[in-house]
Design a protein around this ligand. Structure first.
Ligand code: MG
Length: 309
């Protein structure tokens, strides 16, 4: 085991910050646009390669994301950072293009019932919609990332077969996405399952275009990251402060906190280019605008240390 950890030292990992979108979308209180701009600008100062800013979804259905265009007009773009947003359909894509985006993300599901509940289309219909979005986005010169949600379990169907995750990942790549973010939407994954799913996916499409999006609902997110690192995964999503509760487990953690992930990666000697202290500053700002303490263990430990010091 000693050798395996040594082998990780010096490796580069790409962090995708999803706090402004996946985090704030799942917070109960609505955040003022001014505060979102400040939050995103502070995140940019941390040195992220990718920040997911918002979603060009129907504002009457998801009012928290209604200011997507305004955010893209107002944020200060850091030269080393790519700024992206979710796009559900062609209308959303046109709004994203008008806002000047050069990268978007689509969000498909690995389970039929979740797909219907989340986007009101079954898996095959959703893939038809996304194929059209991909074609148009690629024609506009955009990069497209694909999320595959409920890949480790569905709140309505329970177990999701790894072969289905592999098949749907392959379909997303065929549509032209550059990366598939295999996502544990309800936070049930554990290292043995991560190992199984990644081996099955790897046999079908390799792992170079695979990213992972873990939730810490059951406390297994960092163990899952370590497992995935050892299998060669180099891109992980995380949310500053652990923003975004778990809609399927009220009061529980949702997104893996960026600070907790960075503490692990920094400790292993893995390079991300993201400054942990700057992420803490950014999440500390937005903490004053939400109605609960940030779930990040690192943030809580830092606060306790400062209060004692
Ligand atoms: Mg998430």
């Amino acid at each position: 085991m000693h050798m395996e950890f040594t082998a990780l030292r010096g490796r580069h990992v790409t962090l995708v910050e999803v706090g402004p979108r996946d985090g704030l979308q799942n917070e109960q209180v609505s955040i003022a646009t001014d505060d979102k701009v400040t939050f995103i600008d502070r995140l940019s100062a941390a040195g992220y390669p990718v920040i997911e800013v918002s979603a060009f979804v129907n504002p009457t259905r998801v009012p928290q994301m209604g200011d997507a265009s305004e955010l893209f007009a107002r944020i200060a773009r850091h030269p080393g950072t790519r700024y992206t947003a979710l796009v559900p359909n062609l209308q959303g894509l046109e709004r994203a293009a008008a806002a000047g985006l050069d990268e978007i993300a689509i969000f498909a599901a690995s389970s039929e019932l979740f797909s219907r509940a989340n986007i009101n289309q079954g898996i095959d219909d959703a893939f038809r919609t996304y194929a059209a979005v991909c074609d148009r986005a690629l024609a506009l010169g955009m990069r497209v990332r694909g999320y595959l949600s409920t890949a480790f379990g569905c709140p309505y169907e329970g177990d999701v077969p790894a072969v289905r995750v592999a098949e749907l990942s392959a379909r997303l790549l065929t549509m032209g996405v550059y990366q598939v973010a295999i996502s544990d939407t309800i936070g049930v994954a554990h290292p043995g399952q991560v190992d199984r799913v990644l081996h099955t996916v790897g046999e079908q499409i390799g792992l170079d275009a695979v990213a992972l999006h873990f939730h810490d609902t059951r406390g297994t997110a960092l163990a899952n990251v370590l497992t995935a690192l050892q299998l060669g995964i180099t891109t992980f999503d995380a949310s500053a402060g652990g923003l975004g509760g778990c809609p399927y487990a009220p009061g529980a953690s949702g997104n893996l906190a960026t600070e907790d992930l960075l503490y692990l990666l920094d400790g292993l000697g893995i390079d991300t280019g993201v400054a942990l202290a700057r992420v803490v500053e950014a999440s500390g700002f937005i903490a004053s605008r939400i109605d609960h303490a940030l779930p990040s263990r690192y943030v809580q430990a830092e606060r306790a240390r400062q209060q004692r010091g």
